[in-house]
Design a protein around this ligand. Structure first.
Ligand code: 13P
Length: 338
């Protein structure tokens, strides 16, 4: 498949991406929150349970893995990438080495991982990965993000994306403007605009083939401690406007992160965004927490009850699949809860 074909398949109408690429540290936090020890076996067990669900065939076009999982074997003896491909879904891999303190602006982060990346990418391709992810994070405050943070992260994202394409894998470009803070929705719009502009300047300089990329942005939201809450219609209107103004039309797909929204908020907002989508972008989800939270809780109570975990995960994935086509409604949630 060409890069463009892979990108289109990852976010085909009705489908989106499962971000199961939590680093060992983040996974430890998630498992601790449900009183489960973070061992390689438990991490594999939870993930394999999700990857064996029916949702994979119907609603999940691609799965982002952490390196540990890419190299693990399922209980059936096949590799995890093979298990994912059995559902006609595409395996991918997070390739950055995490956000580290930015020298010269100690309260901000720059994502590392470019050294030796070419060799790692070739290894990941051999293990079955066909797309990759690199995440940059930006804080909003009176002073931040600085132009230093915006420029250094965009530069790294572009160098990463060029290397991923050289290795025949689709890069997911993820510049995440964090929700934390008291800022209002307009401030998020303004910062996201600056961040996206700098990213696409750098992607152009590094000759990245945009049709073979997926953008993974934040939605335009008020800060989590902002007094003025926004409704889904306002969020959708501002998000679509920001993307139309700042993302080149050649980009194939846009798959949002959930970033701390609840499961239903993330679904509702994606649905509203797709109702307004008059662009050529395939707009869908690439959720971590908003796809896995309920499933993780159920799994932690009885790891052997695969049927129950599948039913919860299938529902969440289906709801987001519907939102990617603007066909979700509150009633579908109520029916399932009943
Ligand atoms: P959330 O949807 O939980 O924000 O995770 C998405 C992700 O992959 C962050 O890099």
């Amino acid at each position: 498949m060409t890069l463009e074909e892979i990108a289109k398949k990852m976010v085909a109408k009705g489908k989106g991406i499962l971000a199961a690429d939590e680093s060992t540290g983040t996974m430890e936090k998630r498992l601790k929150s449900v009183n489960v020890d973070s061992t390689p076996e438990n991490r594999l067990n939870f993930r394999e349970t999700l990857f064996s669900s029916d949702a994979m065939k119907n609603y999940i076009g691609g799965v982002i893995l952490f390196e540990e999982t890419l190299k693990q074997k399922s209980s059936q003896g096949i590799s995890i990438p093979e298990l994912i491909m059995k559902s006609n879904s595409i395996p991918g891999i997070k390739v950055d080495k995490g956000a580290k303190t930015l020298a010269g602006s100690q309260d901000e982060k720059v994502t590392e991982g470019l050294d030796g990346l070419r060799d790692r990418l070739n290894e990941y391709y051999k293990l079955g990965a066909r797309f990759t992810k690199w995440r940059a994070v930006y804080n909003i405050s009176d002073k931040f993000p600085s132009s230093q943070a915006i420029k250094s992260n965009a530069h790294a994202l572009a160098r990463y994306a060029a290397l991923a394409q050289e290795a025949k894998m689709v890069p997911i470009v993820e510049p995440e403007v964090l929700m934390d803070g008291q800022h209002d929705i307009n401030k998020c719009y303004e910062v996201t605009t600056n961040v996206l502009n700098e990213c696409y300047n750098e992607l152009e300089i590094h000759k990245v083939f945009l049709k073979g990329t997926i953008l993974k942005p934040n939605m335009i939201l008020p800060g989590s401690n902002c007094k003025d809450k926004s409704n889904s219609k306002e969020i959708a209107k501002k998000t679509i406007e920001c993307l139309k103004k700042n993302v080149p039309t050649d980009v194939t797909g846009i798959a949002f992160l959930s970033g701390g929204q609840s499961e239903q908020e993330a679904t509702r907002n994606l649905n509203e965004i797709n109702k307004l989508n008059d662009t050529n972008f395939l707009i869908s989800f690439s959720y971590g927490r908003a796809l896995q939270q309920s499933a993780l809780k159920i799994w932690s109570k009885n790891m052997k009850d695969t049927k129950m975990v599948h039913s919860v995960f299938n529902h969440r994935a289906k709801m987001n699949g519907m939102s990617s086509k603007a066909e979700w409604s509150e009633n579908l949630e109520k029916e399932f809860a009943a």
